[in-house]
Unconditional design. Structure first.
Length: 58
């Protein structure tokens, strides 16, 4: 399986787990906002890691 597919599955699994945990405590609307924040944080981390990897290749 390609690394991009593994990373996509990992991001989706973590986002879903955060949503489920937040929904139990906070309600659906707030849980969606929390999950969206977690998704943005994960994607920002992947973007920073990709930029760092690409900057060392050149």
């Amino acid at each position: 399986m390609a690394l991009s597919a593994v990373l996509l599955l990992l991001v989706a699994a973590v986002s879903f787990a955060v949503f489920r945990a937040a929904r139990r405590r906070l309600g659906t609307g707030t849980a969606l906002a929390v999950a969206a924040g977690a998704l943005c944080a994960q994607l920002a981390g992947l973007w920073i890691a990709a930029e760092a990897a690409l900057s060392t290749m050149g």
